[in-house]
Design a protein around this ligand. Structure first.
Ligand SMILES: NC(=O)c1ccc[n+]([C@@H]2O[C@H](COP(=O)([O-])OP(=O)(O)OC[C@H]3O[C@@H](n4cnc5c(N)ncnc54)[C@H](OP(=O)(O)O)[C@@H]3O)[C@@H](O)[C@H]2O)c1
Length: 238
C-alpha cells in the first residue's frame, strides 16, 4: 500500500490567467489542489476543491482558511496592473491616490494579510512553501524605464513585506520558504494591453509559465526564503 501523503497546494486567485494554469498543472502532476477565486471555476477534478470567496480580506476568507488541512504550500497570484478605472501611469502627472490605494490593496496588503492568516496552516516541521507572484518591474535596482508608478511601488513594497516575514518565520518554521516570483510576461488579461511591441518569443502561454513556476517551487531550498526569484529560478535584485 502506498502510504505517502498526496501533496496539497492552495492556489489563490485561481480564475486568473496564471492561476488557472497553475491549478491545471498541479492536477496533471497528481497533487491535491484547493483553488480560491472570486468567480466560479469551470474545471472539475476529483483532486480539486474549488472555494468561491467574496474577496480576499481576512473576514472574507476566514471560513475557507478554517477548512484547510494538510497543506504543502501556497501560491498566490493576486495582482492588479490595470482595471476599468485605471491604466499604468506613464508620467508623474498621472499619479493619483485612488490608483495607488487600489494597487497597494491588491498587490501588497492582501498578500501579506493572507500570509498572516495562513501561516498556522503551514507545517512547522516539514518542508513548505509560500510563493506570491510579484514582478520584475517591482525591482528598484532594475528600474531603468520609469513609469507604472503604482504597480512598481506596490510590488516593491510586497517584496519588502515578504522578505521581512521570511526573516521572522525562519525562527518558527525552519523548513518554510517564502518567496516572491516574477512569472515572465504571460499572455493573460493583465498583460494584454501591453503585448503589441513584445517579441513573440518573450510572451509566454499561461501553461508555460505555470510549468516554470512549479519547476522553481520544486527546487526551493530554505536559502531561497525572502528572495525575489525570476521564473528561471535565478535571484532578481530588490
Ligand atoms: N501576466 C504577466 O505578464 C505578469 C508579469 C509579471 C507579473 N505578473 C504577476 O503574476 C500574477 C498573476 O497575473 P495574471 O497575469 O494571471 O493576471 P490576471 O489574469 O489578471 O489574474 C490576477 C489575479 O489577481 C486577482 N485579483 C485581481 N484584481 C483583484 C482585486 N481587485 N481584488 C482581489 N483580487 C484581485 C484575481 O483573483 P480571482 O481569481 O479571484 O479573480 C486574479 O486571479 C499577478 O500578481 C501579476 O502581477 C504577471
Amino acid at each position: 500500500m502506498n502510504t505517502e501523503k498526496q501533496s496539497h497546494v492552495l492556489i489563490i486567485g485561481a480564475s486568473g490567467g496564471v492561476g488557472q494554469a497553475l491549478v491545471e498543472y498541479y492536477l496533471t502532476v497528481g497533487w491535491r489542489v484547493t483553488a480560491w477565486s472570486r468567480s466560479r471555476l469551470s474545471i472539475t477534478h476529483d483532486a480539486l476543491s474549488c472555494v468561491q470567496v467574496q474577496g480576499y480580506h481576512p473576514e472574507q476568507v476566514a471560513d475557507a482558511v478554517a477548512s484547510l488541512a494538510d497543506l504543502s504550500g501556497v501560491i498566490s497570484t493576486l495582482g492588479v496592473l490595470h482595471n476599468a478605472e485605471f491604466m499604468p501611469e506613464k508620467h508623474l502627472g498621472a499619479v493619483n491616490a485612488e490608483q495607488l490605494e487600489a494597487s497597494f490593496q491588491v498587490n501588497t496588503i492582501l498578500p501579506i494579510l493572507l500570509l498572516q492568516q495562513l501561516v498556522p496552516k503551514l507545517p512547522r516541521k516539514a518542508p513548505a512553501f509560500w510563493l506570491q507572484l510579484s514582478a520584475k518591474v517591482g525591482s528598484i535596482t532594475d528600474n531603468y524605464l520609469g513609469g507604472w508608478y503604482s504597480y512598481r511601488a506596490s510590488k516593491a513594497a510586497l517584496n519588502m513585506l515578504l522578505k521581512t516575514a521570511a526573516i521572522e518565520l525562519a525562527r518558527s518554521h525552519k523548513q518554510l520558504v517564502i518567496a516572491a516570483m516574477h512569472p515572465g510576461t504571460t499572455d493573460t488579461g493583465l498583460s494584454k494591453p501591453f503585448q503589441d511591441r513584445l517579441p513573440a518569443d518573450k510572451l509566454y502561454s499561461p501553461a508555460q509559465s505555470a510549468a516554470r513556476i512549479a519547476a522553481v517551487v520544486e527546487k526551493l531550498a530554505t536559502g531561497d526564503s525572502g528572495k525575489l526569484l525570476h521564473w528561471d529560478g535565478t535571484e532578481l535584485p530588490y
